[in-house]
Design a protein around this ligand. Sequence first.
Ligand code: NAP
Length: 279
Amino acid sequence: MPFSDQPTVKSGDVEIPLLGFGTWQLEPEDARRMVAEALRIGYRHIDTAWIYKNEKAVGDGIRDSGVPREDIFLTTKIWVAHFADGDLQRQAEESADSLGFTPDLLLLHWPKTTPSIEDTIASLNDARDKGFTRSIGVSNYPSKEFRRAAEASKAPLVTNQVEYHPYLSLHTLMATANELGSTITAWSPLAQGKIADDATIKEVAEAHGKTPGQVTLRWLVQQGVIAIPRTTKETRARENFDILDFELTGEEMDRLHALATPEGRLGDWIDPEFQWDRD
Ligand SMILES: NC(=O)c1ccc[n+]([C@@H]2O[C@H](COP(=O)([O-])OP(=O)(O)OC[C@H]3O[C@@H](n4cnc5c(N)ncnc54)[C@H](OP(=O)(O)O)[C@@H]3O)[C@@H](O)[C@H]2O)c1
Protein backbone atom coordinates (compact mmCIF):
# COMPACT_ATOMS: atom_id res chain seq x y z
CA MET A 1 0.00 0.00 0.00
CA PRO A 2 2.15 2.89 -1.23
CA PHE A 3 -0.08 5.72 0.10
CA SER A 4 -1.28 3.99 3.29
CA ASP A 5 -0.15 6.83 5.56
CA GLN A 6 -2.20 9.57 3.90
CA PRO A 7 -5.75 10.18 2.64
CA THR A 8 -6.50 9.13 -0.93
CA VAL A 9 -9.50 8.99 -3.21
CA LYS A 10 -10.28 6.02 -5.48
CA SER A 11 -11.37 6.91 -8.97
CA GLY A 12 -11.77 4.53 -11.88
CA ASP A 13 -8.90 2.10 -11.55
CA VAL A 14 -6.50 4.39 -9.64
CA GLU A 15 -5.97 5.61 -6.09
CA ILE A 16 -4.99 9.30 -5.89
CA PRO A 17 -3.40 10.96 -2.83
CA LEU A 18 -5.57 13.96 -1.88
CA LEU A 19 -2.54 16.14 -1.32
CA GLY A 20 -0.17 16.66 -4.23
CA PHE A 21 2.62 19.03 -5.27
CA GLY A 22 2.17 21.41 -8.24
CA THR A 23 5.00 22.56 -10.53
CA TRP A 24 3.52 25.29 -12.76
CA GLN A 25 6.00 28.17 -13.27
CA LEU A 26 8.83 26.24 -11.62
CA GLU A 27 12.01 26.64 -13.66
CA PRO A 28 13.65 23.26 -14.28
CA GLU A 29 16.21 23.66 -11.47
CA ASP A 30 13.50 24.60 -8.94
CA ALA A 31 11.21 21.84 -10.21
CA ARG A 32 13.95 19.23 -9.75
CA ARG A 33 14.92 20.48 -6.28
CA MET A 34 11.36 20.93 -5.01
CA VAL A 35 9.98 17.65 -6.38
CA ALA A 36 12.79 15.76 -4.61
CA GLU A 37 12.17 17.79 -1.45
CA ALA A 38 8.40 17.30 -1.57
CA LEU A 39 8.81 13.54 -1.91
CA ARG A 40 11.25 13.47 1.03
CA ILE A 41 8.71 15.42 3.11
CA GLY A 42 6.06 12.82 2.30
CA TYR A 43 4.09 14.05 -0.72
CA ARG A 44 3.22 11.12 -2.98
CA HIS A 45 1.49 12.96 -5.81
CA ILE A 46 3.24 15.24 -8.32
CA ASP A 47 1.56 17.40 -10.99
CA THR A 48 3.25 18.68 -14.15
CA ALA A 49 2.35 19.38 -17.81
CA TRP A 50 4.09 19.44 -21.18
CA ILE A 51 3.54 23.22 -21.37
CA TYR A 52 5.37 23.79 -18.03
CA LYS A 53 8.60 22.80 -19.83
CA ASN A 54 9.85 20.97 -16.75
CA GLU A 55 8.85 17.33 -17.29
CA LYS A 56 12.48 16.17 -17.51
CA ALA A 57 13.36 18.07 -14.32
CA VAL A 58 10.33 16.58 -12.55
CA GLY A 59 11.52 13.10 -13.56
CA ASP A 60 15.03 13.95 -12.29
CA GLY A 61 13.54 15.15 -8.99
CA ILE A 62 11.69 11.86 -8.59
CA ARG A 63 14.90 9.93 -9.26
CA ASP A 64 16.90 12.18 -6.85
CA SER A 65 14.38 11.60 -4.04
CA GLY A 66 15.06 7.89 -3.76
CA VAL A 67 11.32 7.27 -3.33
CA PRO A 68 10.29 4.22 -5.38
CA ARG A 69 8.39 5.12 -8.53
CA GLU A 70 5.48 2.83 -7.63
CA ASP A 71 4.90 4.83 -4.43
CA ILE A 72 4.22 8.05 -6.40
CA PHE A 73 1.17 9.25 -8.32
CA LEU A 74 2.41 11.26 -11.31
CA THR A 75 0.24 13.46 -13.56
CA THR A 76 1.05 15.29 -16.79
CA LYS A 77 -1.09 16.96 -19.45
CA ILE A 78 -1.56 17.13 -23.21
CA TRP A 79 -1.20 20.69 -24.49
CA VAL A 80 -4.05 22.04 -26.67
CA ALA A 81 -1.83 22.36 -29.76
CA HIS A 82 -1.44 18.55 -29.72
CA PHE A 83 -5.09 17.44 -29.74
CA ALA A 84 -5.16 16.12 -33.34
CA ASP A 85 -5.14 12.33 -33.62
CA GLY A 86 -1.53 11.23 -33.95
CA ASP A 87 -0.16 14.47 -32.45
CA LEU A 88 -1.77 13.60 -29.14
CA GLN A 89 -0.24 10.13 -28.99
CA ARG A 90 3.15 11.57 -30.06
CA GLN A 91 3.09 14.10 -27.19
CA ALA A 92 2.00 11.38 -24.75
CA GLU A 93 5.05 9.34 -25.77
CA GLU A 94 7.33 12.43 -25.62
CA SER A 95 6.07 13.31 -22.12
CA ALA A 96 6.68 9.76 -20.87
CA ASP A 97 10.18 9.88 -22.42
CA SER A 98 10.96 13.29 -20.85
CA LEU A 99 9.73 12.17 -17.43
CA GLY A 100 11.53 8.86 -17.78
CA PHE A 101 8.36 7.25 -16.38
CA THR A 102 4.91 6.33 -17.62
CA PRO A 103 2.60 8.81 -15.86
CA ASP A 104 -0.29 7.54 -13.74
CA LEU A 105 -2.60 10.15 -15.20
CA LEU A 106 -2.71 12.06 -18.49
CA LEU A 107 -5.08 15.05 -18.76
CA LEU A 108 -6.39 17.14 -21.65
CA HIS A 109 -5.16 20.56 -20.47
CA TRP A 110 -8.09 22.77 -21.67
CA PRO A 111 -11.24 21.98 -23.69
CA LYS A 112 -11.14 22.86 -27.38
CA THR A 113 -13.78 22.94 -30.13
CA THR A 114 -11.61 21.43 -32.91
CA PRO A 115 -10.97 18.51 -33.04
CA SER A 116 -14.26 17.62 -31.37
CA ILE A 117 -14.29 16.54 -27.75
CA GLU A 118 -15.31 13.04 -28.91
CA ASP A 119 -12.38 12.75 -31.35
CA THR A 120 -9.88 14.04 -28.77
CA ILE A 121 -11.16 11.64 -26.15
CA ALA A 122 -10.78 8.77 -28.64
CA SER A 123 -7.11 9.75 -29.19
CA LEU A 124 -6.57 10.03 -25.44
CA ASN A 125 -7.99 6.54 -24.94
CA ASP A 126 -5.69 5.31 -27.70
CA ALA A 127 -2.69 6.83 -25.89
CA ARG A 128 -3.75 4.87 -22.80
CA ASP A 129 -4.20 1.67 -24.83
CA LYS A 130 -0.69 2.18 -26.24
CA GLY A 131 0.69 2.28 -22.67
CA PHE A 132 1.68 5.97 -22.52
CA THR A 133 -0.36 6.45 -19.29
CA ARG A 134 -2.17 4.36 -16.69
CA SER A 135 -5.30 6.50 -16.56
CA ILE A 136 -6.85 9.55 -18.22
CA GLY A 137 -8.83 12.67 -17.32
CA VAL A 138 -9.55 16.26 -18.24
CA SER A 139 -8.72 19.75 -17.00
CA ASN A 140 -10.77 22.95 -17.09
CA TYR A 141 -13.88 21.24 -18.48
CA PRO A 142 -17.21 22.85 -17.44
CA SER A 143 -20.05 20.40 -16.59
CA LYS A 144 -21.47 20.26 -20.13
CA GLU A 145 -18.12 19.39 -21.74
CA PHE A 146 -17.15 17.11 -18.84
CA ARG A 147 -20.33 15.06 -19.42
CA ARG A 148 -19.69 14.90 -23.18
CA ALA A 149 -16.11 13.76 -22.59
CA ALA A 150 -17.15 11.13 -20.01
CA GLU A 151 -19.85 9.78 -22.30
CA ALA A 152 -17.38 9.46 -25.19
CA SER A 153 -14.65 7.79 -23.15
CA LYS A 154 -14.03 4.06 -23.00
CA ALA A 155 -11.80 4.40 -19.92
CA PRO A 156 -13.01 6.33 -16.87
CA LEU A 157 -12.05 10.01 -16.64
CA VAL A 158 -10.57 9.88 -13.17
CA THR A 159 -10.46 13.62 -12.48
CA ASN A 160 -11.30 17.08 -13.79
CA GLN A 161 -8.51 19.45 -12.71
CA VAL A 162 -9.94 22.97 -12.32
CA GLU A 163 -9.30 26.20 -10.47
CA TYR A 164 -10.75 25.94 -6.96
CA HIS A 165 -10.08 27.86 -3.73
CA PRO A 166 -12.19 29.75 -1.20
CA TYR A 167 -12.82 32.70 -3.57
CA LEU A 168 -14.56 30.51 -6.16
CA SER A 169 -17.74 28.44 -5.85
CA LEU A 170 -17.73 24.99 -7.48
CA HIS A 171 -21.03 23.40 -6.35
CA THR A 172 -22.32 22.51 -9.81
CA LEU A 173 -19.08 20.98 -11.10
CA MET A 174 -18.56 19.03 -7.87
CA ALA A 175 -22.07 17.57 -8.25
CA THR A 176 -21.30 16.68 -11.89
CA ALA A 177 -18.03 14.97 -10.92
CA ASN A 178 -19.87 13.03 -8.25
CA GLU A 179 -22.60 11.96 -10.65
CA LEU A 180 -19.98 10.82 -13.20
CA GLY A 181 -18.08 8.84 -10.55
CA SER A 182 -15.06 11.13 -11.05
CA THR A 183 -13.17 13.58 -8.82
CA ILE A 184 -12.15 17.23 -8.70
CA THR A 185 -8.50 18.31 -8.45
CA ALA A 186 -8.07 21.92 -7.31
CA TRP A 187 -5.47 24.01 -9.12
CA SER A 188 -4.34 27.29 -7.54
CA PRO A 189 -5.67 25.83 -4.25
CA LEU A 190 -4.03 28.71 -2.33
CA ALA A 191 -5.45 31.29 -4.76
CA GLN A 192 -1.80 31.85 -5.79
CA GLY A 193 -0.93 33.00 -2.27
CA LYS A 194 -3.89 35.40 -1.74
CA ILE A 195 -5.19 33.35 1.20
CA ALA A 196 -2.22 34.46 3.33
CA ASP A 197 -3.74 37.94 3.88
CA ASP A 198 -7.37 36.93 4.37
CA ALA A 199 -8.83 38.08 7.72
CA THR A 200 -11.45 35.28 7.92
CA ILE A 201 -9.00 32.51 7.04
CA LYS A 202 -6.45 33.98 9.48
CA GLU A 203 -9.05 33.90 12.28
CA VAL A 204 -9.93 30.24 11.60
CA ALA A 205 -6.21 29.42 11.38
CA GLU A 206 -5.47 31.03 14.75
CA ALA A 207 -8.22 28.96 16.41
CA HIS A 208 -6.36 25.79 15.33
CA GLY A 209 -2.78 27.00 15.75
CA LYS A 210 -2.37 26.62 11.98
CA THR A 211 -1.54 28.95 9.07
CA PRO A 212 -3.98 30.30 6.43
CA GLY A 213 -2.38 27.98 3.86
CA GLN A 214 -2.94 24.94 6.05
CA VAL A 215 -6.55 25.87 6.76
CA THR A 216 -7.26 26.39 3.05
CA LEU A 217 -5.74 23.05 2.05
CA ARG A 218 -7.59 21.32 4.89
CA TRP A 219 -10.86 22.92 3.67
CA LEU A 220 -10.25 21.37 0.24
CA VAL A 221 -9.28 17.84 1.28
CA GLN A 222 -12.11 17.78 3.83
CA GLN A 223 -14.45 18.15 0.83
CA GLY A 224 -12.80 15.12 -0.80
CA VAL A 225 -11.10 17.45 -3.31
CA ILE A 226 -7.51 16.72 -4.42
CA ALA A 227 -5.23 19.77 -3.85
CA ILE A 228 -1.88 20.41 -5.56
CA PRO A 229 -0.22 23.49 -3.97
CA ARG A 230 3.04 24.80 -5.41
CA THR A 231 5.96 26.49 -3.67
CA THR A 232 9.64 27.20 -4.31
CA LYS A 233 10.37 26.96 -0.58
CA GLU A 234 11.09 23.85 1.45
CA THR A 235 9.60 25.36 4.63
CA ARG A 236 6.32 26.07 2.87
CA ALA A 237 6.24 22.62 1.29
CA ARG A 238 6.45 21.24 4.85
CA GLU A 239 3.80 23.66 6.09
CA ASN A 240 1.43 22.72 3.26
CA PHE A 241 1.85 19.00 3.94
CA ASP A 242 1.12 19.34 7.66
CA ILE A 243 -2.68 19.38 7.45
CA LEU A 244 -3.67 15.88 8.51
CA ASP A 245 -3.78 16.38 12.29
CA PHE A 246 -6.76 18.74 12.63
CA GLU A 247 -10.31 19.10 11.41
CA LEU A 248 -12.44 22.14 10.53
CA THR A 249 -15.94 22.36 12.01
CA GLY A 250 -18.99 22.60 9.75
CA GLU A 251 -19.25 26.28 10.66
CA GLU A 252 -15.60 26.92 9.76
CA MET A 253 -16.06 25.12 6.43
CA ASP A 254 -19.06 27.39 5.73
CA ARG A 255 -17.10 30.54 6.63
CA LEU A 256 -14.55 29.70 3.91
CA HIS A 257 -17.30 28.79 1.41
CA ALA A 258 -18.85 32.22 2.06
CA LEU A 259 -15.70 33.96 0.69
CA ALA A 260 -16.59 32.96 -2.91
CA THR A 261 -17.62 35.77 -5.30
CA PRO A 262 -18.40 35.87 -9.04
CA GLU A 263 -15.10 37.76 -9.54
CA GLY A 264 -13.00 35.17 -7.73
CA ARG A 265 -11.58 33.42 -10.80
CA LEU A 266 -7.82 33.98 -11.30
CA GLY A 267 -7.12 32.11 -14.54
CA ASP A 268 -9.81 32.45 -17.17
CA TRP A 269 -8.24 31.07 -20.33
CA ILE A 270 -11.20 29.03 -21.55
CA ASP A 271 -12.19 29.06 -25.24
CA PRO A 272 -15.08 31.59 -25.57
CA GLU A 273 -17.19 28.81 -27.12
CA PHE A 274 -17.47 27.24 -23.66
CA GLN A 275 -18.94 28.67 -20.48
CA TRP A 276 -18.13 27.99 -16.87
CA ASP A 277 -20.90 26.59 -14.72
CA ARG A 278 -23.01 29.23 -13.01
CA ASP A 279 -23.11 28.55 -9.30
N1 NAP B 1 -4.66 22.55 -15.15
C1 NAP B 1 -4.42 23.83 -15.20
O1 NAP B 1 -4.85 24.53 -16.12
C2 NAP B 1 -3.61 24.46 -14.12
C3 NAP B 1 -3.51 25.86 -14.02
C4 NAP B 1 -2.75 26.41 -12.98
C5 NAP B 1 -2.11 25.57 -12.08
N2 NAP B 1 -2.18 24.20 -12.21
C6 NAP B 1 -1.49 23.28 -11.26
O2 NAP B 1 -1.88 23.64 -9.93
C7 NAP B 1 -0.69 23.90 -9.15
C8 NAP B 1 -0.98 24.91 -8.05
O3 NAP B 1 -1.49 26.12 -8.54
P1 NAP B 1 -0.64 27.48 -8.61
O4 NAP B 1 0.77 27.13 -8.77
O5 NAP B 1 -1.31 28.33 -9.62
O6 NAP B 1 -0.93 28.25 -7.25
P2 NAP B 1 -1.05 27.96 -5.67
O7 NAP B 1 -0.52 26.63 -5.29
O8 NAP B 1 -2.45 28.33 -5.31
O9 NAP B 1 -0.12 29.12 -5.11
C9 NAP B 1 1.25 29.15 -5.30
C10 NAP B 1 1.74 30.50 -4.76
O10 NAP B 1 1.43 30.59 -3.37
C11 NAP B 1 2.63 30.74 -2.60
N3 NAP B 1 2.49 29.83 -1.44
C12 NAP B 1 2.72 28.49 -1.37
N4 NAP B 1 2.44 28.01 -0.15
C13 NAP B 1 2.03 29.07 0.59
C14 NAP B 1 1.59 29.21 1.92
N5 NAP B 1 1.54 28.17 2.76
N6 NAP B 1 1.23 30.45 2.36
C15 NAP B 1 1.27 31.51 1.53
N7 NAP B 1 1.66 31.44 0.25
C16 NAP B 1 2.04 30.23 -0.22
C17 NAP B 1 3.78 30.38 -3.51
O11 NAP B 1 4.88 31.23 -3.26
P3 NAP B 1 6.35 30.66 -2.91
O12 NAP B 1 6.81 29.87 -4.08
O13 NAP B 1 7.11 31.91 -2.66
O14 NAP B 1 6.15 29.81 -1.68
C18 NAP B 1 3.21 30.68 -4.90
O15 NAP B 1 3.43 32.04 -5.24
C19 NAP B 1 0.29 24.40 -10.22
O16 NAP B 1 1.60 24.44 -9.76
C20 NAP B 1 0.03 23.39 -11.32
O17 NAP B 1 0.66 22.15 -11.05
C21 NAP B 1 -2.92 23.66 -13.21
